[in-house]
Write a protein that binds this ligand. Structure first.
Ligand code: NDP
Length: 263
């Protein structure tokens, strides 16, 4: 039996990398609340990805989870092929609307200690992978689409506990520069590109230190205008609102969401 070809109904479709947990999952769910369908990615934790898909489906939206290792540059072309096939099979579409580059993990090390392997690991995940993933997905993004690169407040300040994050923060800084260049180049297609820089957020990131280490959590709260460490609920809805039509004239910007850390 052949099915009817689906017509593009104006339904928005977002890709959120690392949408299985933490900030990415909250972003995906917040987008679903606004009526957006989702492709989320996970690295290895399929169960969490399935739970995120279920949470989105319960809201009446469509979601698909795809595996992605963003630091494996050679695999990104295959990932784009899987996105293309998923768009066609699930929505009858050949394009999508929003890309949130959020996936990532941390490796700490002071400047005198960090190895080339750790440097390359952080570079591949947080900078090179972001660049080439965008390059691979751009042919599939609709004109007028939106890209958000998740950076970090650590590009603006150094906390007492983050002196061992020089390489991680530098890669995020590179992504912020890349954001401006991409906004300039992609403006001709009506595509906006912005960086969102969260402050310290209570997730599994970095071994869950912001959430689980009471001393770190208290220290962060004491340097934050709003008086506490951040939650995923402070970031996901913010990213979802930045992707709304109300923010269509915002591009090439770094927008910090840190509750006012180290003002
Ligand atoms: P989490 O550890 O909670 O979640 C990370 C997500 O990224 C998971 O979905 C994970 O997949 C996926 N992931 C991890 N490594 C890779 C990889 N190499 N390739 C593809 N996917 C990967 O992290 P957060 O939600 O806290 O962080 C999300 C983003 O926010 C990161 O870019 C981080 O740098 C940034 N950020 C975080 C802050 C914080 O304090 N938490 C502060 C500022 C910025 P899986 O579930 O399969 O492991």
């Amino acid at each position: 039996m052949t099915s009817e070809p689906k017509v593009n109904s104006g339904q928005k479709i977002a890709i959120v990398t690392g949408g299985s947990r933490g900030i990415g999952r909250n972003t995906a769910v917040s987008l679903a609340e606004r009526g957006v369908d989702l492709i989320i990615t996970y690295q290895s934790n399929r169960a969490e990805a399935d739970a995120a898909v279920t949470a989105i489906e319960v809201m009446g939206r469509t979601a698909v989870a795809l595996q992605l290792e963003v630091g494996d540059i050679g695999s990104l072309s295959d990932f784009a092929d899987r996105v293309r096939a998923t768009l066609q099979d699930t929505w009858g579409r050949s394009d999508f609307d929003y890309l949130v580059n959020n996936a990532g993990s941390h490796r700490r090390g002071r400047i005198g200690e960090i190895t080339e392997t750790d440097f390359d690991y952080l570079c591949n995940i947080h900078f090179k992978g972001v660049f080439f993933l965008i390059q691979e997905l751009l042919p599939l993004m609709t004109d007028g689409g939106r890209i958000i690169n998740v950076s970090s407040a650590l590009t603006r300040f150094i906390t007492p506990g983050s002196t061992n994050s020089a390489v991680y923060a530098s890669m995020k800084g590179a992504v912020e520069v890349l954001t401006r260049y991409m906004a300039q180049e992609l403006g001709s297609r009506g595509i906006t590109v912005n960086a969102v820089a969260p402050g310290a957020i209570e997730t599994d990131f970095g071994g869950g230190v912001v959430r689980d280490n009471r001393e770190v959590n208290r220290l962060i709260a004491s340097h934050t205008a709003l008086g506490r460490a951040g939650l995923t609920d402070d970031i996901g809805p913010m990213i979802a609102s930045l992707l709304s039509d109300a923010n269509r004239w915002v591009t090439g910007q770094r927008i910090e969401a840190s509750g006012g850390m180290f003002l």
